[in-house]
Design a protein around this ligand. Sequence first.
Ligand SMILES: Cc1cc2nc3c(=O)[nH]c(=O)nc-3n(C[C@H](O)[C@H](O)[C@H](O)COP(=O)(O)OP(=O)(O)OC[C@H]3O[C@@H](n4cnc5c(N)ncnc54)[C@H](O)[C@@H]3O)c2cc1C
Length: 353
Amino acid sequence: MGESNHVHDAFQVPFAQRPVVILGAGIIGCATARQLLQHGFSVVLVAEFLPGDQDIYYASAWAGAAWHAAGGITADQRYYQAVTHRVMHKMAQNPESGVSVVNAREYLEQEPASDSAIWGRTVVSKFRELDPKDYPSNFNCGWAYETLVTDPTRHMPYLRNQILALGGKFIRQHVESLHELYEMFPVSRLFINASGLGSKTLADVKDDCCFPERGQNVFLRTDNCKTLYFRNGKEYTYVIPRPLSHGVVLGGVKEQDNLSPEVNMDIARDEIARAHRLAPDIVPEHPADDAVSHIIGIRPSRRGGFRLDSEQKDHRTILSAYGFGGGGYAFSYGIADALVKMVEQAERKNVII
Ligand SMILES: Cc1cc2nc3c(=O)[nH]c(=O)nc-3n(C[C@H](O)[C@H](O)[C@H](O)COP(=O)(O)OP(=O)(O)OC[C@H]3O[C@@H](n4cnc5c(N)ncnc54)[C@H](O)[C@@H]3O)c2cc1C
């Protein structure tokens, strides 16, 4: 009797009209919602924090956010970054998106390893290896290229507006479990867990690999904000331009399991000093106090890297996409693209029976 009701129900609401439910409205949930809506799916996002909010646990409000090729990742993961670059490069034509094309200079202390970030030369524009006279003598090599930076204070509201214009819905709500969502949306068959660090505590996820990784950046107001500087070696330091907000973001630090919302002035002073050494033409040794403000955010990191997979639980498909640590923006639209394909596979299984 129960089963026949279930079969009957399944034909009452066609699959494509059952909302895909996304838990989380950070860059991962919102990029995915936009892409699903563009493919004609109906989408509801449920989240405690929504675009425009500023809570240290809402990582997407605080990112740098530069597109930088990650080292040590798989071919599939590289492709997610490449897709992101393609989508965001187009967005950069519209300043409302908060995405800008900037020059980048990257200095390395050692020969690049075989799985280093250099693979990104196939994705970015105008890549060239620098002549030793064009980078400081304490480095082994240097690269120049064009890359993308995203101003999250503009990009998240831009995404919210796009999602609403495409017919998506936001519900502000904290949930204790995915099960709570199943009860809220009984006709839905597809649920996407894009809850970032939330996956550590959701009762039916409790992913112990997830951990918080605190970031604290300095925002320096300056009109000299057209070039990104990056060094990854003994020092992990970046200067990320934010041209639409007339400033640069100086970082970085990664502090595991520190959850303090207070500015640590020792870190701030150290970041300014490191950024000055890396880009003295942009960052003065002693910037004026009124030109400096601070950014604090908790990265949703995960031991073993991010999770992206599909599980079948009874008649529901659960897609997981969380744990993006310090790279959620650089992976975002590629992950959204992969999730759309996973949703379409589930759709096919449901409609071709
Ligand atoms: C200082 C700093 C600098 C960074 N720089 C860069 C950079 O240069 N480039 C880059 O690519 N990335 C960067 N990042 C990383 C990037 O910000 C993150 O990887 C990305 O924002 C993660 O997005 P997300 O959507 O997975 O998670 P989040 O943005 O944290 O969103 C999680 C969502 O899930 C919701 N949620 C969680 N649990 C629940 C629950 N139980 N109930 C309801 N809702 C829930 C939250 O409310 C929120 O809406 C940086 C991060 C920081 C902090």
